[in-house]
Write a protein that binds this ligand. Structure first.
Ligand SMILES: O=P(O)(O)OC[C@@H](O)[C@@H](O)c1c[nH]c2ccccc12
Length: 375
C-alpha cells in the first residue's frame, strides 16, 4: 500500500476527545474552523462577556472548559498525565498556561497532541480510515506469541526496533530498521515492536511500513503514544498488526473505545500498565487479551524488574481467570532476567536495548535466552 499523502499541515482541528464532547452539538467546533486559539489567558468579565468574544475565542473557551473536564475525569481515575487540548498553540504558550510538564511522559503527550492534530490535517481521518479498511489483513499477534511460547518453553520474544530513547539516548548509530527486523525474525523473534514516535525515540511510521513491505512475516506492534483514534487507523493503514495502549495516559473510556476500534480493524491491543492502580483499572475493562507490565516508569525512567513479580503476585489469579496473556516489558538483559519474569508468570517479553545495542541484534537473541530459539 502506498504512503498516505503528506500535505503541509495547516491549522489543526481539535482532538478527538473534543469531538466526543458531552457539550451540545452547537458548540462543537466545525471542521472548517481553522483559527488558532489565542495565546493570552481567558478573559474574565461581567456576565455576557462571552457573547462579545470573537467566535474563535469563544471556541477556545469551550475547548479549554472541555479539556478541564477531560483532565478531571482522568485525575479521578488516578491518571497524573494532563492534556493541554491546545493543538494550535506553541509549547511556550501552553507552558505559560499550564506550567512545565510534570514529567517526561507528560511532555511526550503534550507534543503528541500537537503532532496528532497536524497529522489529522495532512491525512484526514476519513482518508486514513478508508486506507486502513483496504490494508491487507492483520497477522495474529496474540496467536504468534502463544505458538512461540509452546514451541520454545521460554517466553515468546517481541523484539523491539528502537533507535533511541529519552532515558538512554541513541542506542545504535548505524540504524537500519529493516535489517534489524529481518535479523530478529531470522533468529526466532515471535513478533516485532516498531517504535514510531519521532521526537523522543527517533522512530517513524515509515519504518513500520518499510519493515512490512520488506516481507517480514512476524506480526508488528506499532509502539506509539496513542491518544487519538486517528493514530490507530493510521498504524493499521501502514501495516500494523497490534498497537500499544498506555494506561498511564488513557482513561477507562478511552481504553474501552480504542479496544473497540482495534477489534473492528483486527488489531491486537497490548495494554500497558506500570502499577497496581493501572492494573486494577485494566482488569475491570472487558475485552483485554494482552497486558504488558512495564518495568520502567515512563515518568521517572526507573527500571525495576521486581515490578512484574509484585504485580503478578497480587493480580495473577484474576489475570489467569480472564485468560489474559502477560508481557514482561523493559530492562531485560540476560537469561536470568528472562527466567525471573517467566517464573513470575509472563508468557512473553518485550526487549529493545539489550538486543539493539549489540553488533548483531539477531544473534544477540540466543544470548538473551541462553539458547537458540526455534522459528
Ligand atoms: O529497551 P528495553 O529496556 O528492553 O525496553 C523495551 C520496551 O519495553 C520499551 O521500549 C517500552 C515499553 N513501553 C514503552 C512505551 C513507550 C515507549 C517505549 C516503551
Amino acid at each position: 500500500m502506498e504512503a498516505l499523502g503528506s500535505a503541509k499541515p495547516r491549522a489543526s482541528p481539535f482532538p478527538a476527545a473534543a469531538a466526543r464532547s458531552p457539550l451540545p452539538p452547537q458548540v462543537v467546533v466545525p471542521a472548517s474552523s481553522s483559527a488558532p486559539a489565542p495565546s493570552r489567558p481567558l478573559r474574565s468579565g461581567p456576565k455576557g462577556t462571552i457573547q462579545a468574544l470573537a467566535r474563535n475565542e469563544m471556541l477556545s473557551v469551550v475547548e479549554r472548559e472541555d479539556c478541564r473536564s477531560v483532565n478531571d475525569v482522568a485525575a479521578s481515575q488516578g491518571i497524573r498525565i494532563r492534556r493541554h487540548c491546545r493543538p494550535t498553540a506553541s509549547m511556550e504558550e501552553i507552558e505559560e498556561e499550564m506550567g512545565a510538564p510534570r514529567n517526561v511522559l507528560e511532555r511526550i503527550i503534550w507534543d503528541k497532541e500537537i503532532e496528532v492534530a497536524q497529522g489529522l490535517v495532512s491525512n484526514p481521518l476519513r482518508e486514513v480510515t478508508e486506507c486502513a479498511g483496504k490494508a491487507p489483513p492483520t497477522r495474529d499477534f496474540y496467536g504468534a506469541l502463544v505458538a512461540a511460547y509452546m514451541r520454545n518453553g521460554v517466553p515468546a520474544l517481541i523484539a523491539e526496533v528502537k533507535k533511541a530513547s529519552p532515558s538512554r539516548g541513541v542506542l545504535r548509530e548505524n540504524f537500519d530498521a529493516v535489517e534489524i527486523a529481518q535479523a530478529y525474525e531470522k533468529y526466532g523473534a515471535a513478533c516485532l515492536s516498531i517504535l514510531t514516535d519521532e521526537k523522543y525515540f527517533q522512530g517513524s511510521f515509515e519504518n513500520l511500513q518499510k519493515v512490512r513491505k520488506a516481507g517480514v512475516k512476524c506480526p508488528l506492534l506499532c509502539k506509539e503514544f496513542v491518544i487519538d483514534e486517528w493514530q490507530i487507523y493510521y498504524a493499521r493503514s501502514v501495516g500494523a498488526d497490534a498497537i500499544l495502549l498506555i494506561a498511564a495516559v488513557l482513561t477507562d473510556a478511552d481504553i474501552t473505545y480504542f479496544l473497540r476500534i482495534c477489534k473492528e480493524l483486527g488489531l491486537t491491543a497490548l495494554v500497558e500498565v506500570h502499577d497496581g492502580l493501572e492494573m486494577e483499572r485494566v482488569l475491570r475493562i472487558d475485552g483485554v487479551q494482552l497486558i504488558g507490565i512495564n518495568n520502567r516508569s515512563l515518568a521517572t525512567f526507573i527500571v525495576d524488574t521486581s515490578n512484574t513479580k509484585r504485580l503478578l503476585e497480587k493480580h495473577g489469579d484474576a489475570i489467569r481467570e480472564k485468560g489474559i496473556l502477560v508481557v514482561g516489558e523493559s530492562g531485560l538483559f540476560n537469561p536470568d532476567d528472562v527466567a525471573y519474569v517467566q517464573k513470575a508468570g509472563v508468557s512473553a517479553v518485550l526487549v529493545g536495548e539489550s538486543l539493539v545495542k549489540q553488533e548483531d541484534p539477531g544473534r544477540a537473541i540466543a544470548g538473551l535466552f541462553g539458547k537458540e530459539l526455534l522459528r
